[in-house]
Structures are given as C-alpha cells and as structure tokens.
Design a protein. Structure first.
Length: 140
C-alpha cells in the first residue's frame, strides 16, 4: 500500500487526553484505574474518518503512548465504541513518547504517511520527517 494512516488514541480518537501523563511518567496502574472508572468520550468525527478510510480499503493504524499493560482495557474500549482499525501500537509513556511515535510512523511502509494527533510536538516532529500531520484540537 502506498498510503498509511495513523491515529493517536488519547485526545484524538478519544475526546479527553491524559494531559501530562507522558511527561510525568505516571505508573500504568494509576492510568488503568482512571480509564476504568472514567471512560472518555469517543471523538465521533475522527471515528467517521477512520470508518471511511476502512470502507475504501485503506489500512488504519492506532498509535498510543499507553503502556502495553493497558492493551486489554484499550481493545475493549475500541470494540465497545466501534472504532475501526487494522493495527494498534502501544509505545508506553515517557519523555520521549512523541519522538518514538513519529519514528514508528516514519519507519512504517507506505510512500505517503498521514498522522492525526493532538500533541503539537508530534505534529512538528512528523512534519520535519515529511509526514503529513494533522493537529486535532478538541473542545470539551
């Protein structure tokens, strides 16, 4: 495939981002409890874009700074909210999460790469690497 589409999870597919989580390196157990009891809303217009891409035969990837330990909870959330995707990548939290996210997209197959993210650092880094990047700004 010549084109690859990448969507951030928290703050892009979901309306609410885990603000500061990657910068503070919050233990995944705290994140899990927060996500379990506070289930963020799904960003309907992003999900519609993802559905349209899937219906037209494109591969849709989700990339997240959530740790791998949250995989089951995350997959349950995506299924419950009918979020379509082909692949999901858990990169984990940390100071360098934005860099790791962009590197993962840059290393992926596809001549043209598109990333949708709510993090300005990710957008800036992606554009420097020639990735078409869309900054998602939610209004709660």
């Amino acid at each position: 495939m010549f084109v690859s589409f990448w969507f951030d999870l928290d703050g892009t597919i979901t309306v609410t981002a885990g603000k500061g989580v990657s910068e503070k390196n919050v233990p995944w157990q705290i994140i899990w409890v927060t996500l379990f009891f506070y289930r963020p809303k799904t960003n309907a217009w992003i999900v519609k874009i993802m559905q349209g891409l899937k219906e037209n035969g494109f591969t849709v990837n989700i990339i997240t700074s959530r740790p791998k330990e949250l995989e089951n909870l995350t997959l349950h959330y995506l299924k419950k909210h009918n979020v379509p995707y082909d692949n999901i990548f858990f990169l984990g939290t940390g100071q360098d999460a934005a860099e790791r996210k962009v590197d993962k997209v840059a290393e992926s197959k596809g001549r043209f790469k598109f990333i949708f993210d709510n993090n300005k650092k990710v957008i800036q880094k992606a554009r420097k690497k020639g990735i078409v990047a869309f900054l998602i700004q939610n209004q709660e």
